[in-house]
Design a protein around this ligand. Structure first.
Ligand code: PEP
Ligand code: MG
Length: 761
């Protein structure tokens, strides 16, 4: 009787995952998995195959038991043979007589004819097959179901980390000229091609452990000189950018300066120097401690500040070491690339020298992203560490979609360059329609409005033909502020916005924090933030904050009369009636102060399904509705809009969303409510076709997308949009709907409007 080993334990599984995660490169990791599994299951052969999706093949990467010579060389068709069958079906396969299976193929070079018992499981990540893990034994026998379960668990656990390696060639095998695509987060919109300029910030902060060079006094004066130099650089950079970006973006420099004189980055290193450490080592210790404090905070905005601390640390240590990271003064097409790119790195160059920015550890909330947006430089953030980079290598940055292409192949480069040309060509067409009405060929008029987050967006909206502001997300001003902004500070902001757009309407949404938009200085943790203390719920529970905001808005509208107030996340009628009561109080208080005021129009976001069901009860209290298609899709489909695992399923063209919108618009028409749509749908040309068909008259989107959508509307008939809508409503899948509309637009020679999406609306 054969000795069947007992099933591998959970502890062993944990050990494999831990060891594999410590691997230095892909080959190391794959060898580690194969070694562990081979030992745990005690079989003759354990092998791991990885999918080469470009070649449509499976490659044997590591084996124990087969001829080791073939590892790295044996390639199998992706859908043939036993391994191919597993890869294409994504199902495990267990056989006691492998050679009797119709798909069995014999590869003499592998020496595998001697093995009959076969168990293979696919390695799948987010629906894609990455590889296949195979066990084989000589005598015909069935593996146990415990072995199968173990293999399936190992594969599932390791899929994520294998993916990371397969996306990034490793030092052992890397040819630094190999084209590869690296995904990140959208930082600032635009597409560009340029040359890598690597800012090696992390090394400069952390790898410093200079021995004491002089007495503490000498070290202290070196440190103080470095602080003074950094301060000077910040002031210079501030001046250089003054005429190029808004005051709000420039405030970032003040934040940096404040940090530079903070206790953590000045007194603490001084103390350590007095205690005998070198200036460099004291600085690096304090920078790391301070960055870690930020990193440990729950709040994403504060966590993002760790980037700023580390960046300042780099600047200081550069100043200490007399290092200089800048390129020749006349370089162009520079793509600044590094673990951390700080605002002062950007400010070293004239904006026209910079083609793009790749910030490996950055977040979309970082000051780097903010500045890149302000300067119009495409940026991709949060790619994670990218290995094998070479100074000067060609790179394409796609800030619209959030990825970079390193060493793009001539073909891809051509495509990207065509896309850039197309973008420029489009831009010329866009400029031509900026002052034209958004009117279809058969005379249906749509009002196109801008979505605004920060004061920095005001001018862009006006320059790109916005007929008003459909959504001012007031929470962004709260998010970039160090504490709750005072009534006066808010008043100044709102006044500037209302005056800039006067007499066009401006819809300011009351604070919509919570969910994916937390406030740095008011942190709270929730199990399920998407369903928690969000929007109007938060405001009504924090009346002093709400009243301050309402008063500031109403005061700002004095004499302008173009303010409309919008309430987010409304799901109950009393949320509106309570707000109306507070509005009355605020109006009365201000009138008593002698201000002549008009009552602003009040509307609600329709983004929680409950608001649709209750629309008839809301109608008597409100003047308009604004459809938040992002949250409405999220809550209708029960899909978290920020969860990467389900993001491929998130689509506002899902049939359920479309049917809901059709009946919502019919209801709103009956109730004579003015309707705007201000979610991402308004920027998606395919969605806009359907919204036209539904008869929507107002759309609000990021300023970037305004001319594109206008051009689309001006080249369509509403009549044909209505027909496409009827056809789309008969389809049961968003992919079919997209296909239908894509071919319709291509037939009208409007396909070029589909290729580049702008930043989130
Ligand atoms: C929406 O939900 O569609 C919307 C416009 O609001 P936000 O994206 O700010 O949640
Ligand atoms: Mg919303």
């Amino acid at each position: 009787m054969m000795n069947v080993p007992s099933p591998p334990s959970l502890e062993l599984l944990r050990q494999i995952v831990v060891d594999a995660s410590r691997a230095l490169d892909l080959e190391d990791q794959v060898d580690c998995i194969v070694r562990h599994v081979h030992q745990a299951v005690q079989v003759a052969v354990c092998s791991l195959y990885l999918v080469d999706s470009q070649q449509q093949q499976l490659r044997l990467i590591s084996t124990i038991g087969l001829n080791p010579e073939v590892a790295g060389r044996l390639q199998l068709p992706i859908d043939k043979g036993l391994v191919g069958t597993i890869a294409s079906s994504q199902l495990p396969l267990m056989l006691d007589h492998a050679s009797r299976h119709p798909e069995y193929q014999y590869f003499p070079q592998s020496g595998e004819q001697a093995f009959e018992a076969f168990l293979g499981v696919p390695i799948v990540y987010m629906g894609d097959t990455l590889g296949v893990l195979v066990l084989q034994d000589a005598p015909p026998r069935r593996f146990s179901y415990e072995d199968e379960a173990f293999l399936v668990t190992v594969s599932a656990q390791l899929a994520g980390s294998l993916l990371a390696w397969t996306q990034a060639p490793t030092p052992r095998t890397a040819d630094s000229k190999i084209p590869r695509r690296i995904n990140g987060i959208k930082g600032a919109p635009g597409v560009a091609v340029g040359q890598l300029h690597i800012i090696d910030s992390t090394i400069r902060v952390s790898a410093i452990d200079n021995p004491m060079l002089t007495e503490p006094e000498g070290e202290l004066s070196r440190f103080h000189a470095a602080v003074a130099l950094t301060l000077e650089e910040l002031t210079d950079a501030h001046h250089r950018l003054q005429s190029l970006v808004s005051d709000e973006v420039l405030e970032v420099f003040d934040f940096y300066k404040l940090m530079l004189v903070s206790e953590e980055l000045t007194s603490a290193p001084e103390q350590r120097i007095r205690n005998g450490e070198s200036a460099s080592s004291a600085l690096s210790g304090c920078v790391e401690a301070c960055a870690q404090t930020f990193e440990n905070m729950l709040d994403p905005y504060f966590r993002a500040r760790a980037e700023d601390v580390r960046h300042l640390g780099c600047k200081l240590s550069n100043a200490l070491l007399g290092a200089c990271a800048s390129l020749p003064a006349d370089s162009t097409d520079i793509v600044l690339t590094g673990e951390l790119i700080g605002i002062t790195d950007i400010a070293q160059y004239a904006p026209e020298q910079l083609a793009g920015i790749i910030c490996m550890q950055g977040s979309a909330l970082s000051h780097t992203a903010l500045l890149a947006c302000g300067l119009g430089i495409p940026a991709v953030m949060g790619t994670g560490t990218i290995t094998g980079l070479m100074e000067g290598a060609a790179v394409a940055v796609d800030g619209h979609r959030g990825f970079v292409d390193l060493n793009p192949s001539p073909l891809l480069l051509k495509e990207i360059q065509q896309a850039i040309l197309q973008q420029r060509g489009n831009e010329q067409q866009f400029q031509a329609v900026i002052d034209q009405p958004a009117e279809t060929l058969d005379g249906f008029q749509v009002r196109l409005l801008a979505n605004i987050s920060l004061l920095a967006d005001i001018d862009a909206g006006l320059a790109r033909g916005a007929e008003g502001v459909g959504l001012c997300r007031s929470e962004f001003t709260f998010m970039v502020h160090p504490n709750f902004p005072s009534e006066e500070e808010q008043y100044q902001n709102y006044r500037h916005l209302l005056e800039s757009y006067y007499p066009r309407p401006v819809t300011i949404r009351t604070l919509d924090i919570g969910g994916d938009k937390p406030l740095p200085y008011f942190p709270f943790q929730e199990e399920n933030p998407g369903l928690g203390w969000r929007g109007i719920r938060f405001s009504l529970d924090n009346r002093p904050i709400f009243m301050t905001q309402l008063r500031a808005m109403i005061r700002a509208s004095a004499g302008c009369r173009n303010l409309q107030i919008l309430l987010p996340m409304v799901s109950r009628v009393d949320e509106v009636t309570d707000t109306l009561m507070l509005l009355d109080i605020a109006m009365e208080q201000l009138q008593q102060q002698g201000l002549a005021l008009d009552r602003p129009k009040l509307g609600i976001m329709v983004e929680v399904p409950a608001a649709i069901s209750l629309l008839q009860f809301f109608a008597p209290h409100i003047d308009f509705i604004s459809i938040g298609s992002n949250d409405l899709s999220q809550y209708l489909l029960a899909l978290d809009r920020n969860n990467a695992r389900v993001s491929s399923r998130f689509d506002h063209l899902h049939p359920a969303v479309l049917h809901t919108l059709v009946s919502l618009l019919e209801q709103a028409k009956r109730l004579k409510l003015q309707v705007c749509l201000c979610g991402e749908m308004a920027s998606d040309p395919l969605a806009v076709v359907l919204l036209l068909g539904m008869g929507i008259k107002e759309l609000s989107m990021s300023s970037f997308n305004l001319p594109k959508i206008k051009l689309l509307i001006r080249n369509l008939k509403q009549g044909e949009a209505r027909q496409w809508l009827q056809q789309a409503l008969l389809l049961d899948h968003e992919k079919k709907i997209r296909a239908l509309l894509t071919s319709a637009l291509k037939e009208r020679e409007l396909g070029h409007l589909l290729s580049f999406g702008g930043p989130s609306g």
